[in-house]
Design a protein around this ligand. Structure first.
Ligand SMILES: [Zn+2]
Length: 448
């Protein structure tokens, strides 16, 4: 048995199963003889936690991974970028390696810095230019001689220079798939997982051009066809990989979907206006939280992103805490009510213990999505209002959405429409190899 997992970061059902399905014949052929459907992501539906959940059978609380950036364990007010060192559990390739299988992990977030496994690893988009990017370390030289300098990501994909961005997208995707074909045929792993970031970068660069339902869409713009052509190229690369992997069980999966961003909710602005957050000056134009906040008079703050993380400034817990520990439960409930009262329709607010089996690391005190993910959270201060329908600088037109996609074809799989969970992917790979799942979350679709 050989299993090939092809991850398409951010690929939504609305594009790959519907609007762009006509330019993706290779994906359609997999669907015609396998199970397929929407793949429900996790809360939060964000790249680093989502891929890790898919491939480790743990939820974000069990992992202590709540986003791209997380608070340090000393509970300082900063955030640090997640890395492979923050994944304290075994992923699918570790489990398979323990059972004697040769494996490969290519570009799977987070895998910078690369870590030992029973085969080869190429690190993910978090790899800085020039950093070590392979395991074994010597693999980099061989791969660079064949495929050129490693393209871990598209540079400055939000800067609007779409001609350059499309060129980089195509070059990155071609390189990644060429490397995957090479590893699959030369190293003959039993299991190869690769993640292509191209769709995510395309969406964040150009979603308004691609999506006629976006409030900023301009009909007839030339970039819609370029976006369709990128998905066509992605499908051609998929076909070329499948050509050398005709014996494989193939799983295609995305970590979350994408949708148009309808507005930005200025969550720290709300906290300031309602007396939860104090600033040393009143900014006249949008300013980053940390440039203006007065921690000694602040009771709560939030981080922006596809969702909002809210933190209480608790005495004895945070460096300049103000809320007594005994009042923190009540404060959290007051904040929840405030967000629900001011958020756009479809706003949801959770305590971490309501979402997760365990709450590890430095978790937010509350997690909120605005407008069922149609609205972004922004953390800057100095806005005219709280609900912003003109997107502030730095916010692009694509929000992440709950549903990615999954296709499982070959081996035991037959044509069938399913609704699956992101946890099912790793669990099914273990099942295909007959490995005991232990406490892994998810459902094994290879037997049901
Ligand atoms: Zn992603």
């Amino acid at each position: 048995m050989r299993v090939l997992l092809i991850g398409l970061d951010c690929a939504p059902p609305a594009l790959v199963f519907d609007r762009f399905a006509d330019v993706m014949p290779n994906l359609a052929a997999l669907r015609a003889r396998g199970l397929s459907g929407p793949l429900r992501s996790v809360m939060p539906p964000i790249t680093v936690p989502a891929w890790t959940c898919m491939l480790s059978g743990r939820d974000p609380g069990e992992l202590g991974l709540y986003g791209f950036r997380n608070r340090p364990r000393d509970r300082g007010y900063g955030l640090s970028m997640a890395s492979a060192k923050d994944v304290g559990v075994k992923r699918v390739w570790d489990r398979l390696g323990e059972h004697g299988h040769r494996v490969a992990s290519l570009f799977v977030p987070p895998s910078h810095p690369p870590t030992p496994l029973r085969g080869s690893m190429a690190s993910c988009f978090l790899t800085p230019p020039g950093a070590a990017w392979t395991f074994p370390p010597g693999r980099a030289r061989e791969w660079e001689s064949r495929f050129g300098d490693y393209r871990s990501d598209v540079a400055s994909f939000r800067d609007g220079d779409l001609a350059r961005i499309f060129d980089e997208l195509h070059a990155m995707t071609e390189q990644h798939f060429a490397l995957a074909r090479h590893v699959w045929t030369e190293e003959k792993p039993s299991f190869l997982a690769m993640v292509e970031m191209g769709p995510d970068r395309l969406h964040h660069a150009a979603w308004d051009h691609l999506d006629p339902t976006s409030p900023r869409h301009v009909p007839g713009n030339p970039w819609l066809e370029r976006g369709r052509a990128y998905y066509a190229a992605l499908d051609r690369e998929l076909g070329r990989l499948l050509d050398v992997a005709s014996d494989a069980v193939v799983i295609v999966a995305s970590d979350h979907g994408a949708r148009a961003c309808e507005g930005a909710f200025a969550v720290n602005e709300l906290l300031r206006r309602e007396g939860w957050l104090a600033t040393s000056t009143t900014p006249s134009s949008p300013a980053p939280l940390r440039e203006v906040v007065d921690w000694s008079r602040t009771r709560a703050w939030a981080e922006g992103g596809y969702y909002a993380r809210l933190f209480l400034n608790v005495a004895g817990r945070e460096p300049s805490g103000t809320i007594p520990e005994r009042a923190s439960e009540q404060a959290a409930e007051e904040l929840r009510a405030l967000l629900l009262a001011h958020g756009p329709p479809g706003t949801q607010v959770w305590r971490p213990r309501e979402l997760y089996g365990e709450v590890k690391g430095v978790a937010p005190d509350l997690l909120a999505v605005f407008g069922d993910l149609a609205w972004r959270s922004v953390g800057t201060l100095g806005h005219d209002g709280v609900r912003l329908t003109t997107l502030p600088r730095g916010v692009d037109g694509a929000n992440h959405d709950w549903n990615g996609v999954v296709v499982m074809s070959g081996g035991p799989f037959v044509r069938r429409d399913v609704e699956a969970s992101i946890f099912d992917v790793g669990r099914t790979v273990l099942g295909l190899f007959g490995i005991e799942p232990g406490t892994w979350r998810g459902r094994d679709w290879s037997v049901s």
